[in-house]
Design a protein around this ligand. Structure first.
Ligand code: PAF
Length: 280
């Protein structure tokens, strides 16, 4: 497994692989790797010939500077984990390599960036689009792999690829969960033992909400989810909304023919957790 920090080296190696007829699979990450990332890499290994993983904590997507400072950085451990996977090249650049000058580009995803996470994390998706568009340009992958845990990010990346006419297939991969149901996230590392014990209450409530949907209206389920999560003293719901999975429009009735996804953000102490569930 090759580890490179410079764009030129990355591009030369990828060009060589392409010349030899190999397809490129790309898994962008911010490091602090866990089983969720490894499942993306495994899928990339099944579907493409040469798997590139990037590890880069992207400063432009952090609306909260404290979150950027506290974001776990565990490069040595990440590289060790990657040795056991299908990953053939790791791109781990410095901030000045990706941003030799300030990126002033403003993307416009309309409503897609204004709802859900967008209401609470101003500029977040613009930062994601800045870095992902640069990484796509550098790696020119055939397929790129994203987790469904970051449901809105996935919708926005699909829109980005359309807007920029990029010939990249975006592959959505299922959320990986701990045994107790907590969605895997690099942020889980920052939970205290007590918070970690209580955090699974989020997914338990989401699963139960699917049963409630048989007897409650959409609005009743939304209210029930927020009240039920907030009954746990360690958890405070920031939002819970049920939308379709393309335009992120609010679902008004269970009769809607659209795919219905319930998404939330919950504060657990200082840590902000997100999760979602599909309603059948
Ligand atoms: O999902 C993430 O880890 C990040 O948002 C991404 C896609 C690597 C961009 O920095």
């Amino acid at each position: 497994m090759l580890v490179v920090k410079e764009i030129k080296e990355l591009q030369e190696r990828i060009a060589r692989e392409k010349q030899e007829g190999r397809t490129i699979g790309f898994v962008p990450t911010m490091g602090a790797l866990h089983q969720g990332h490894l499942s993306l890499i495994e899928k990339a290994g099944q579907q493409t010939d040469f798997v590139v993983t990037s590890i880069f904590v992207n400063p432009t997507q952090f609306n909260d500077k404290k979150d950027l400072t506290n974001y776990p950085r565990t490069l040595d451990k990440d590289l060790e984990l990657l040795q056991e996977t299908a990953c053939q090249l790791v791109f781990a650049p410095e901030v000045k390599t990706i941003y030799p000058q300030e990126d002033k580009r403003q993307f416009n995803f309309g409503k897609l960036e204004q709802v859900l996470e967008g209401q609470f994390r101003p500029g977040h998706f613009n930062g994601v689009a800045q870095v992902v568009s640069k990484l796509f340009d550098m790696t020119k992958p055939d397929q790129a792999f994203f987790g469904q845990k970051d449901f809105q990010q996935l919708v926005i990346i699909k829109a980005l690829v359309k807007q920029l006419n990029l010939p990249i297939e975006i592959v959505a991969c299922p959320t990986m969960r701990e045994e107790d149901g907590l969605a895997m996230s690099s942020r889980n590392q920052r939970l205290t033992d007590e918070q970690r014990q209580n955090a699974p209450h989020i997914y338990q409530t989401l699963k139960e909400a699917r049963n409630k949907a048989r007897s409650m209206s959409v609005n009743e389920v939304k209210q029930w989810v927020i009240e039920t999560i907030d009954q746990n003293e360690f958890l405070q719901t920031e939002y819970f909304e049920i939308t379709d999975d393309e335009n992120l429009d609010t679902i008004e009735s269970w009769d809607s023919p659209l795919n219905k996804v319930g998404s939330l953000a919950v504060h657990c102490g200082e840590v902000r957790l997100i999760d979602n569930i599909v309603f059948e």
